[in-house]
Design a protein around this ligand. Structure first.
Ligand code: PEP
Ligand code: MN
Length: 368
């Protein structure tokens, strides 16, 4: 059960202390307190874990300081949508709203290679009205001899240039808890020139110790990619690991599944699951058309497969797009084969707007 307190309840208040005391007196119940920071107010939620079946909703709702109470099912206790659950499906970070109702485009480099390429990429983002990007500093590679990313040493110029071009959020994969400290330190050194969304890649979706550490910090929001060889339920539970440690600023990323049925794409595109994840949980949903398609193949209608599958995700209600671009894909050190060109960015953004408008019209029609 979740007991939601009246907005802006002070932890020092007598009302709050009394409430905690009453809740702690229920037998076989453990309480966990979560603070949810919204744009306007802070909400405190108290999770009652254990034998709650015999506790009536009304008993809790009558307690002083309580706004409302939700009985939750076993699945995705914190992130899930439960019966009569009107909790938020959005969060703010560094001036950008992430919500199940909007859309943010993160176009950028799969892997940082040179300062010049970073600058060209960020300049193109600004020219196309984008405030978010992706920049890989730590790259998990299948082959140990492949380029592993520049790591911490590229962070100072990436953050400085992001600030210069007005980029508010950079999606950046981390593969080890030490990377979070490196990013935090470099951001501080840059005078918080930009913000970072920590990305947990598909290979680490079930790295539970990493999830717990990242979940315990609340400075950075997290993009959790679906595991490419596990069930959707297992991946959603991985997101719940983050939330259970206290960080609920999570975007869930679809990036295709490893499966021969996906041939000739790198992965079988799974964007049909956009509305499913939105139905099961309150997380905004990201699509990654680059790692799904893995190729610059073009259909006879003139559109690249990456454009087509992006549109498929957007028209189904995707809230974030993580997509690889590169100023010179031939010299990219990672995933050049799937990178879009900077001169394709205006067309790509326009194409997304067409799909988004169609999605919004579809929603309006559904509400009539
Ligand atoms: C990436 O986004 O660069 C990446 C490695 O993605 P994934 O974890 O989905 O393979
Ligand atoms: Mn990549």
């Amino acid at each position: 059960m979740i007991v939601i307190l009246k907005p802006n309840t002070k932890k020092s208040s007598e009302e709050y202390q009394n409430l905690l005391k009453i809740l702690s007196e229920f037998p076989n119940i453990e309480t966990r307190v979560h603070d949810v920071q919204g744009a306007q107010q802070t909400l405190t939620e108290i999770y009652l874990i254990g034998q709650t079946a015999t506790i009536a909703l009304e008993t809790l709702e009558e307690l002083p300081g309580v706004d409302r109470v939700i009985r939750i099912s076993e699945e995705y206790r914190i992130l899930g949508r439960h019966q009569d659950d009107a909790r938020m499906s959005s969060f703010e970070y560094n001036g950008i709203t992430f919500s199940q109702d909007n859309l943010n485009i993160f176009a950028g480099l799969c892997a940082v290679d040179t300062r010049e390429h970073v600058e060209q990429m960020l300049k193109a983002c600004r020219e196309n009205g984008l405030q978010c990007t992706r920049m890989g500093a730590y790259k998990p590679r299948t082959n140990p001899y492949s380029f592993q990313g520049h790591g911490a040493k590229c962070l100072p110029y990436v953050f400085e240039l992001a600030g210069k071009y007005g980029i508010k959020v950079i999606a950046m994969e981390i593969t080890h808890e030490g990377h979070v400290d490196e990013i935090r330190n470099a951001l501080e050194q840059s005078g918080h020139a930009t913000g970072v969304m920590l990305q947990i890649g598909t290979r680490n979706t079930q790295n539970f110790e990493l999830l717990k550490t990242v979940g315990r910090q609340k400075m950075f929001p997290v993009l959790l990619k679906r595991g490419f060889g596990i069930t959707l339920e297992e991946s959603l539970n991985a997101a719940e690991y983050l939330a259970s440690e206290g960080n609920t600023k999570i975007v869930f990323g679809l990036r295709g599944m490893k499966n021969n049925a996906g041939d000739p794409h790198r992965n079988l595109v799974d964007f049909a699951h956009v509305p499913v994840v939105k139905r099961l949980t309150r997380m905004p949903v990201c699509i990654d058309p680059s790692h799904s398609a893995g190729t610059r193949a073009r259909a006879p209608d003139g559109l690249l497969d990456i454009f087509h599958i992006t549109a498929q995700g957007v028209i189904a209600g995707a809230n974030m797009i993580l997509v690889d671009f590169h100023p010179d894909p031939g010299s990219a050190l990672v995933d050049g084969a799937q990178a879009l060109l900077l001169e394709e960015l205006p067309h790509y953004v326009a194409d997304i707007h067409i799909a988004r408008e169609a999605y919004e019209k579809r929603c309006t029609r559904a509400k009539v």
